[in-house]
Ligand binder design. Structure first.
Ligand code: ADP
Length: 187
């Protein structure tokens, strides 16, 4: 099972990705988490990524693509993977396609978790209080939503065209949403 999970910041991608990955016994690959781990460890990649993340901007494609290519070359992706937060730009879509073409392993599904903007901003502000992520301030959250709308939302149509898209309503509690997601993926 090779899956891409899309959706605006705060739609619950991370939570749902963990549930799906567990269910299908595939690795959960979150580019945001990999970047945060690198920031935490003070690696060169982390120092570079932090400049963008703190402002709510995307890390440059060249940096992100290289990191994902290396991750997808790890042996644990042999039976599939769930990509959470990648691709987010048209260029990343192209890169992912090249990587998977080379491996001869095309995507099975792209799932879009849809969410109401006011609701997700509220969720993110609440999360900011709980775990204090550096990019969860109101100003940066608004910027992340804008960047998502400009650069990532258009990718939904690209995947719809390819016949890969499943849309799932992300509103409701965690179990409700994961029930919908698993239902859509198993259908
Ligand atoms: P969210 O989806 O809630 O914004 P993520 O943890 O997925 O949170 O991402 C956090 C940040 O990491 C993004 O705002 C961006 O700066 C960076 N990032 C994550 N994935 C990508 C990507 N595919 N391309 C560029 N930047 C990315």
């Amino acid at each position: 099972m090779r899956i891409v999970l899309m959706g605006p910041p705060g739609a619950g991608k991370g939570t749902q990705a963990a549930i799906i990955a567990e269910q299908f016994k595939i690795p959960h690959i979150s580019t945001g988490e990999i970047f945060r781990a690198n920031v935490g460890q003070g690696t060169e990649l982390g120092i570079e990524a932090k400049k963008y993340m703190d402002k709510g901007e995307y890390v440059p494609d060249a940096v992100t693509n290289k990191m994902v290519a290396a991750r997808l070359a790890e042996p644990d992706t042999e039976n599939g993977f769930l990509l959470d937060g990648y691709p987010r730009t048209l260029e990343q879509v192209g890169e992912l396609e090249r990587i998977l073409d080379d491996l001869g392993t095309p995507l099975d599904h792209v799932v879009e978790i849809t969410a109401n903007t006011d609701e997700v901003v509220a969720r993110l502000l609440n999360r900011a209080k709980l775990d204090g992520r550096a990019d969860d301030t109101e100003e940066v959250i608004r910027r992340r939503m804008e960047v998502y709308a400009e650069q990532t939302e258009p990718l939904v149509a690209v995947y719809e065209e390819k016949g890969l898209l499943l849309k799932v309503d992300g509103m409701g509690d965690v179990e409700e949403v994961s029930g919908r997601l698993l239902g859509a993926l198993q259908a």
